[in-house]
Design a protein around this ligand. Structure first.
Ligand SMILES: Cc1cc2nc3c(=O)[nH]c(=O)nc-3n(C[C@H](O)[C@H](O)[C@H](O)COP(=O)(O)OP(=O)(O)OC[C@H]3O[C@@H](n4cnc5c(N)ncnc54)[C@H](O)[C@@H]3O)c2cc1C
Length: 500
């Protein structure tokens, strides 16, 4: 079923598909909120921009989101401070607060009618045992100098034990916002092509990139991968760094006057609430029923649980819309924003928004625009897409790694008939992905190192030495460590590595 947002616009905004070869400054792949925000800023700056979209505008995650525009990303800042320190937490908060301002500025400047309204945002609990966690988050946020509030009363139709409130957050209709962005992009001279799938991006001899669709090409100096889940496996290996999680939403006519504010709790079952306008009525939107994408689930545990919850407080309510979507969850809970891989300069990515992509996509767009313009961005280092951070929050990371490996990583490789899952921790092997040989080593924690297992001496296929944890050449005896560093001659160059 379509989301409320896609229904409210009645007629989908469409463009022609790419039917000729084109040269431009920047090729943006994906017309969700991230791709279109990049396209908006860059075309406004006078760059020549081409957007390629596989389907229609905003029809994927952005068109099926809850569309709360907030820097309150669940109970997050205590975690960030514990894991990465106050400075990182404070920058993260500041960047996302700035994103709310930026979105409002765009809406005002471009006169986009998208039902934007300021609302307070709350993370609440109905359980006494969870009040401590809320209070901890309040202290964490206050320690960053941000004025949050601890409250015990809200507009919700049930009693709570406690909540943390961020004031002056917002909500909007994401599809109306995206359509407004499209109008502005076109006005600033940008080009948008829908139903145009990018199949590959390759570097040309003249330091330009060529993005291929099934029929045509876009040649550009810069490429932005805004496809939600990056579609280029190597380099980048984003599929080892994220898993996807699905959530469900219903829009309900409660037949009652509704409350102000946007709400979410933080332990299962998760319920997220906001209101929205639809044909002169105010509807209640309730979200939840989360599970790992691809994992079996049933109606009862998804829409069913939401409907049951609403009926408790609004027995005469009627469900008008049901929809669901998924988002990429990064392993350390921080989005990946920046250069796609060191092996692909001038190709950029924004992903892993972990269900808070409304503001994160704006943060991402600003970082990438600054990179393209050669400006320094204050927040860039926090989100660096090629980061390898030491594990600070072991339980969390372990949990995330298990989740990611159990879902997407294994599944993707399995689908390609790989034996990745047979590689045990502290061991290595050669697998094949898209007909390419990849040497994988998993350390004792399951962290993955991937190399091109071809000897840099004369191109022999290397074999795994499980005693020394090295890649050895059966032809001429060269050896390399599991990170690809050359150890023994005759080779003298390190192995190519796949970034993870
Ligand atoms: C249930 C749910 C509720 C959420 N609620 C909120 C919320 O309240 N607030 C918040 O901040 N965030 C929320 N999020 C997160 C937010 O919706 C996402 O992070 C955000 O929409 C992602 O935007 P995007 O542009 O990266 O991806 P998308 O919107 O998915 O856009 C990517 C586009 O790329 C296109 N594409 C993919 N591959 C190709 C290709 N090869 N060639 C061409 N085009 C391609 C796709 O068709 C798609 O249109 C929620 C997420 C979920 C799952």
């Amino acid at each position: 079923m379509n989301s409320l947002w896609l229904e409210t616009v009645k007629k989908a905004r469409d463009f022609s598909s790419l039917s000729y070869d084109i040269e431009t400054d920047i090729c943006i792949i994906g017309a969700g909120i991230f791709g279109l925000t990049c396209a908006y800023y860059l075309s406004r700056l006078g760059f020549k921009v081409v957007v390629l979209e596989k389907d229609g505008i905003g029809e994927k995650s952005t068109g099926h989101t809850t569309a709360k525009i907030t820097s309150q990303h669940g109970l997050f800042y205590d975690y960030l401070i514990q894991a990465y320190g106050k400075k990182t937490a404070s920058y993260y908060l500041e960047a996302n607060e700035k994103a709310i301002e930026n979105i409002k500025q765009i809406i005002d400047k471009e006169k986009i009618k998208c039902d934007f309204e300021y609302q307070n945002s709350y993370v609440y609990t109905t359980k006494k045992s969870e009040v401590r966690a809320i209070k901890k988050e309040v202290s964490a946020v206050e320690s960053l100098g941000y004025p949050c509030e601890y409250v015990t009363k809200t507009g919700l139709p049930f009693d709570i034990e406690g909540a943390i409130c961020f004031k002056n957050q917002a909500q909007l209709n994401p599809i109306k916002y995206l359509y407004g962005l499209c109008d502005s992009i076109i006005n600033y001279g940008g080009h948008i092509y829908t139903h145009s799938v990018a199949t590959n991006v390759e570097k040309n001899n003249d330091d330009m990139y060529v993005t291929y669709t099934d029929t045509n090409t876009v040649k550009s100096k810069y490429v932005i991968i805004a496809t939600h889940y990056p579609f280029i496996n190597f380099p980048g290996l984003y599929f080892t760094k994220m898993y996807q999680s699905t959530s469900y939403l219903i829009a309900v006519d409660t037949k009652k006057t509704l409350f102000n504010g946007m709400y979410i709790n933080f332990t299962n079952p998760i319920f997220s609430y906001r209101t929205a306008k639809y044909e002169g009525k105010e509807l209640l939107i309730v979200g939840g029923g989360d599970h790992k994408t691809g994992q079996p689930s049933c109606y009862q545990d998804t829409y069913g649980i939401l409907e049951k919850e609403v009926k408790k407080y609004y027995p005469d309510s009627e469900v008008l819309f049901r929809w669901n979507t998924r988002d990429c969850m990064s392993l350390d809970k921080i989005p990946y924003i920046g250069t796609y891989s060191n092996l692909m300069p001038n190709v950029y990515v924004g992903t892993g928004f972990k269900k808070w992509g409304m503001t994160s996509s704006n943060v991402a767009a600003n970082i990438i625009v600054d990179k393209i313009c050669g400006n320094k961005n204050k927040y860039e280092h926090i989100f660096r897409s090629s980061r390898i951070k030491p594990i600070k929050n072991r339980d969390e990371m372990k949990n995330m790694i298990v989740q990611s490996t159990n879902s997407l990583f294994f599944e993707k490789l399995k689908r390609a008939n790989m034996d990745f899952d047979k590689i045990e921790n502290n061991s290595g092997s050669i697998i094949e992905v898209n007909s390419q040989k990849v040497g994988i080593y998993k350390d004792s924690e399951g962290k993955i190192y991937a190399v091109k297992p071809i000897c840099t001496h004369l191109g022999c296929l290397l074999s795994w030495n499980d005693v020394d944890k090295t890649w050895d050449c059966p032809c001429h005896g060269s050896r390399f460590d599991y990170k690809g560093k050359n150890l023994y001659d005759p080779a003298f160059k390190d192995l190519d590595i796949y970034e993870v």
